[in-house]
Design a protein around this ligand. Structure first.
Ligand SMILES: Nc1ncnc2c1ncn2[C@@H]1O[C@H](COP(=O)(O)OP(=O)(O)OP(=O)(O)O)[C@@H](O)[C@H]1O
Ligand SMILES: [Mg+2]
Length: 407
């Protein structure tokens, strides 16, 4: 039996699937009650390419939760990422019906902003209000109750490939999970790592995972731009595997134990032990690793820099960059990022979380914890109940309808 009032986030990543269960405490803080994780092999660059293997990983992560806690997960907020994600600005204007802006006016303005052409193979994932304009007054965050005749909503629309999202939903269904909502992963990671003031003043969140690097630029308290770069920590591991002729598992071990992007002074001339072809032990200078890792990181940071230039973050991200995701822990990467990007950089992870707070205070859990926060913000129904058939939310039906309607 599950407990009512709990929220579950499912982060289906390229290297791991993790399920995190939590609830909002009275004072509004998040308490994480359970965490389950399993290695993931069914994704490439953030997109499901093998349904069977992804389902297996999801089932294992869910089992891990039930083996280590008394909670049972039936429905989840699922994160989506991958190069298919696109975002663009839109706006919609309506006449204000009474003297004052009502919630209905606001919804009509948002509907008008949503009414844009979206190609048949893409679906709208999020419509994120950025600001409202009442008559000529710009920069309004909440226009309800304001007097005027014309209301304009400026929004950011995020779209994703229908097939990529449907495959993700199918994997969850096959693992006996209902999908409450599909959430953009950069959005989730931002919720878990950014402070309100950073979002207001301007900041860029960069989640460097295994297969992808997700980017989200916030200004004036809302998402201004998002994109996904199809490079992550796995590329570094593969470079090490090729460069040193190591099996991928050994390359990953060597990266985790000794990897760094810049020479670390005293450890620079150190010799490290590696297992070539799984049997022969050899020692190499640690600097060989830097030489392999650094160019790939530089390439990634140059791609990030181009994105920051494109979205205007250089002028407007007062708080600079917050790095998160498993690969953000690579030693020296934050310093290299500061040098290449020319902006202040900090590494962020979920903080101020109760319960399993210490366990989830790790950059690789930013997306999972952010999914919980998204669920809480959206005043989720109790999503974990004993009732498998209740609570399929409107959103999910829309997805299915939208998909079927196109066939
Ligand atoms: N301490 C560390 N040093 C270097 N790299 C690390 C460290 N810890 C984790 N990583 C790397 O982080 C990557 C996994 O990060 P994460 O768990 O955020 O990815 P994911 O969510 O599974 O993938 P994605 O978000 O790309 O779909 C792996 O490439 C792993 O090698
Ligand atoms: Mg991830």
């Amino acid at each position: 039996m599950g407990k009512a009032g709990l929220i579950a986030g499912l982060d289906v990543g390229t290297t791991k699937v993790c399920a995190i269960v939590g609830q909002v405490m009275e004072e509004g803080r998040m308490e994480v009650l359970a965490l389950g994780s399993a290695p993931s092999n069914g994704l490439r660059k953030g997109i499901v390419v093998n349904i069977e293997s992804t389902v297996e990983s999801i089932v294992k992560a869910i089992e891990d939760v039930s083996n280590t806690s008394s909670v049972e997960i039936n429905s989840v907020y699922v994160g989506v990422a991958g190069g298919h994600i696109k975002s663009f600005e839109s706006y919609g204007a309506v006449g204000i019906k009474g003297r004052e802006v009502s919630r209905a006016d606001l919804e009509r303005a948002l509907d008008a902003a949503k009414a844009v052409y979206v190609p048949l193979d893409r679906e709208v994932l999020h419509v994120i209000p950025k600001e409202y304009v009442v008559d000529d007054q710009e920069g309004i965050i909440n226009p309800i109750g304001m007097t005027g005749v014309r209301l304009e909503a400026k929004v950011q629309i995020v779209t994703g490939s229908v097939s990529a999202v449907q495959n993700l939903i199918r994997c969850c269904e096959k693992a006996q999970l209902q999908v409450v909502d599909i959430v953009l992963e950069p959005l989730a990671s931002s919720l878990a790592t950014l402070k309100e003031d950073e979002m207001k003043q301007g900041v860029v969140m960069i989640d460097i995972g295994g297969g992808t690097t997700d980017l989200a630029f916030y200004k004036k308290g809302s998402l201004a731009y998002t994109s996904v770069i199809a490079i992550g920590g796995n590329h570094i591991t593969n470079d090490i595997a090729i460069g040193l002729r190591l099996p991928v598992d050994e390359a990953e071990r060597v990266k985790m134990a000794y990897g760094a992007v810049l020479p670390l002074g005293s450890t620079d001339s150190e010799e490290i032990g590696i297992m070539v072809a799984g049997r022969e032990r050899k020692t190499i200078p640690r600097s060989y690793l830097y030489e392999i890792i650094s160019p790939r990181c530089e390439e990634l940071l140059e791609l990030i820099k181009a994105e920051l230039k494109k979205c205007g973050a250089y002028e407007e991200a007062i708080y600079g960059v917050v790095l998160t995701g498993g690969a953000s822990q690579l030693k020296g990467l934050d310093r290299m990022a500061e040098a290449v990007l020319g902006l202040p950089v900090r590494v962020g992870c979920p903080e101020n979380i109760y319960g399993l707070g210490d366990t989830v205070a790790d950059p690789k859990y930013s997306t999972g914890v952010g999914l919980l926060m998204y669920g809480a913000q959206n005043e989720a129904q109790p999503v974990i109940t004993g009732d498998m058939f209740g609570g399929i939310l409107k959103r999910m039906k829309q997805w299915v309808k939208g998909f079927l309607g196109r066939q």
